[in-house]
Design a protein around this ligand. Structure first.
Ligand SMILES: Nc1nc2c(ncn2[C@@H]2O[C@H](COP(=O)(O)OP(=O)(O)OP(=O)(O)O)[C@@H](O)[C@H]2O)c(=O)[nH]1
Ligand SMILES: [Mg+2]
Length: 320
């Protein structure tokens, strides 16, 4: 057992009360010491406050610009907002390159907005390992958590494990809606947005492509029917309907306990994926037998226990 220094992590209450400096420090501590963070993260998992929104789409589709508009709208409505920008360009270096990709600004004086960029480190094109724990912590602190991730191919399915609502952004005349349809991605988004609607006819065409793709993929009556809309942040057109679509999806999620059920499914999925990617399918099967009794109350502790046990078992052959 590793000894955990009690001062390593603030309590969840201290983070909630401490403003964004405290939140930033907590995320850095989690990144540096993911194992010992398990208690804090399990508490955050058990006490969700807000809704997490995943925004995905190809590079340059207008995701960050849209997020700026969402921040403004939600702040005006008195909601607190956190943004986690998953940066794929920094995969090789392992460090988040702030600035050029994160075209979002926030008032440093406003404790109701928190923006952070994290590197997509391990999984090709997927979300950073830190993204899920970070989203869980932010979800316990802020009313809205937005996760921005670049979708390239199939891997944007990863965004669903950290998001209660998934938004796909497509820009007009890019052919992306057809690409997504072919890749089967059309089944993922809860809300699909054609961005830059001020471009005109191409946006109208992209919207009808997208509607076609998504209506094909929707078959089950108890499954959310994806909504398609077009938005221009430049002109403001379509922004109100976008906020209304979020509100409708949230109401649907909160109806009859769906939100808690879906979160549990996604959390289980994440725990299994983490363990399987570290220790393989055999490791996962063993972990499920040995460590999973209490997983839903303590998903992060479950992973920590399995990892600690398996690393001990593995050490001799690795000679470290
Ligand atoms: N005409 C027009 N341009 C837009 C609109 N929204 C975004 N843009 C432009 O599109 C470009 C890309 O916007 P971003 O918001 O940075 O796109 P992104 O999807 O976050 O890009 P990455 O994070 O690099 O993948 C910028 O030059 C924006 O000014 C819009 O509503 N209309
Ligand atoms: Mg961006």
């Amino acid at each position: 057992m590793t000894a955990t220094a009690p001062s390593l992590f603030p309590t969840l209450d201290a983070i909630r009360e401490g403003g964004k400096g405290k939140v930033a420090a907590a995320l850095s501590a989690i990144e540096a010491n993911p194992g010992p963070a398990a208690d804090l993260l399990d508490k955050a998992y058990a006490e969700p406050k807000g809704i997490a929104l995943g925004i995905t789409g190809p590079p340059g589709a207008g995701k960050s610009t849209m997020i700026n508009a969402l921040i403004a709208g939600w702040r005006k409505a008195g909601q607190t907002v956190a943004v986690l920008a998953v940066d794929p360009s920094s995969r090789a270096s392992g460090g988040a390159l702030l600035g050029d990709r994160v075209r979002m600004r926030s008032d440093p004086e406003d404790n109701g907005v928190f923006i952070r960029s994290v590197a997509a480190r391990n999984r090709l094109g997927g979300l950073a390992d830190i993204a899920y724990p970070a989203a869980i912590l932010l979800r316990a602190v802020y009313d809205r958590v937005i996760i921005e991730s670049v979708g390239v191919g199939q891997s944007e399915t990863d965004i669903t494990s950290v998001s209660d609502s998934v938004v796909l952004c497509i820009q007009p005349a890019s052919g992306d809606s057809l690409q997504f349809m072919k890749a089967g991605i059309a089944e993922i988004p809860d809300i699909a947005v054609v961005t830059k609607a001020d471009i005109g006819a191409a946006a109208t065409r992209a919207l009808s492509d997208l509607k076609g793709a998504l209506s094909l993929s929707h078959r089950d009556a108890d499954v959310w029917a994806p909504e398609c809309l077009s938005v221009s942040v430049t002109s403001g057109a379509g922004l109100s309907p976008l906020f209304e679509a979020f509100a409708r999806h949230e109401a649907w999620l909160r109806d009859g306990g769906r939100l808690a059920r879906l979160r549990a499914v996604k959390a289980r999925d994440w725990v299994e994926t983490e363990i399987a990617s570290e220790f393989g399918r055999k490791g996962l099967a063993l972990a499920e037998r040995e460590f999973f009794n209490d997983w839903n109350n303590r998903p992060f502790t479950t992973i920590r226990r399995a990892a600690a046990e398996f690393r001990v078992l593995r050490t001799p052959s690795h000679g470290a």
